[in-house]
Design a binder for this molecule. Structure first.
Ligand code: TXA
Ligand code: MG
Length: 318
């Protein structure tokens, strides 16, 4: 198959689509960085078909790692662990740790098993933009640059995995996802913190790399629940009266607010936000709007992961 011969294949996972290559093929791994326009100092996640395949890449495995894998794999949890010499520097950007995860999507697992090697796979988008959650998203962006796309339908979770660093003195979530700090800490039996800045908007020019951002400016409405709807309505009305074309990325209950385009986040539960977020940003981006308005969420459970992405994608919060 293409992966064994050094090809790049986009594969579906339950979180987002990944752009996969054989982790032992340096040329193929370098090609991932080129095709994505990804800075070489941003390491890749290695996808495995089970704990045993991960262990072959690791050394000095910290306490709790295997328990977490047993509890949450296959699933949206990535573990950062000390690596051994078998892992290429280009995969980990020279770090002495490696990020590993076992995805849940049956086609992802089938690809890893068929390749017979772990697969390095970042999200299959151009660096900086929203991650892809359908084969169509990947195709629109990557056509002609990669060897194949495996179509596994829409990603069920919709946002990237939780990245947990187990190599420091205390376990730390580097990127929040569907597996929450509370769930992790219940298994580890000790507190799990979030990295600083998880719920902060990167100060525009100072931030190192743009993330998840649509081309259309995104305005995040962060006021508390009772007034959030009214606030969004007012902003939409004022902006439209100035001639701006406004897109709404919001729960169905917001559809009465004047708009030029809307992507419905259904019932507006945190899981609905997660599932619709990137598809919504992409489809509103295609609608020639001046601004996208999105009401925020309380940062609880997977809502924290959603707000982490929205805060990074937003040009402004109100
Ligand atoms: O859900 C996901 O994790 C998806 C699917 C395809 O599995 N993948 C994904 O990959 O989101 P990517 O490359 O877009 O994000 C990987 C994140 C980056 O923030 C990267 O910096 C971090 O994981 N990472 C990778 N290796 C690391 C390491 N050794 N230490 C710390 N962070 C690491
Ligand atoms: Mg990514």
């Amino acid at each position: 198959m293409a992966l064994r011969g050094g090809g790049l294949v986009a594969i579906p996972t339950e979180t987002v689509y990944g752009l996969a290559a054989n982790i032992f093929d340096e040329r193929a791994v370098r090609r991932i960085f080129r095709v994505k326009g990804r800075p070489a100092d941003n390491p890749l996640i290695v996808h495995v078909s089970g704990w045993r395949q991960a262990v072959a890449l690791l050394q000095d495995i910290p306490d709790g790692a295997e328990e977490l894998a047993r509890r949450f794999w296959p699933g949206p949890l990535t573990l950062v662990l000390p690596r051994n010499a078998s892992v290429l520097d280009c995969v980990t950007s020279g770090l002495d740790t490696v990020a590993v995860r076992m995805p849940r999507h049956p086609l992802a697992l089938a690809c890893i098993r068929a390749a017979g090697v772990p697969l390095a796979a970042p999200s299959a988008n151009r660096s900086g933009g929203p991650s892809p959650t359908t084969a169509e998203h990947v195709w629109q962006e990557m056509r002609g640059r990669i060897d194949a796309v495996v179509d596994g339908g829409a990603s069920r979770v919709g946002i990237e995995s939780t990245v947990l660093d187990l190599t420091a003195a205390a376990p730390r979530i580097l990127r929040p996802g569907a597996v929450t700090a509370e769930e992790l800490s219940a298994v580890l039996g000790r507190p799990v913190r979030h990295a600083r800045g998880t719920l902060r908007r990167p100060s525009a020019p100072g931030m190192k790399y743009a993330h998840y951002a649509p081309a259309t400016p995104l305005l995040l409405v962060t006021s508390e629940a009772p007034s959030r709807h009214e606030r969004t309505r007012r902003i939409a009305i004022v902006r439209r009266s100035r001639g701006e074309r406004i897109g709404l990325l919001a729960p169905a209950a917001y559809s009465g607010i004047p708009h030029d385009a809307m992507y419905s986040l259904g019932r507006g539960r945190p899981v609905d936000y997660a599932r619709g977020l990137y598809d919504g940003l992409r489809s509103l981006d295609a609608a020639r709007l001046d601004r996208i308005l999105c009401p925020g969420l309380p940062p609880d459970g997977i809502g924290l992961a959603v707000m982490n992405r929205l805060l990074k994608a937003a040009t402004r919060c109100m």
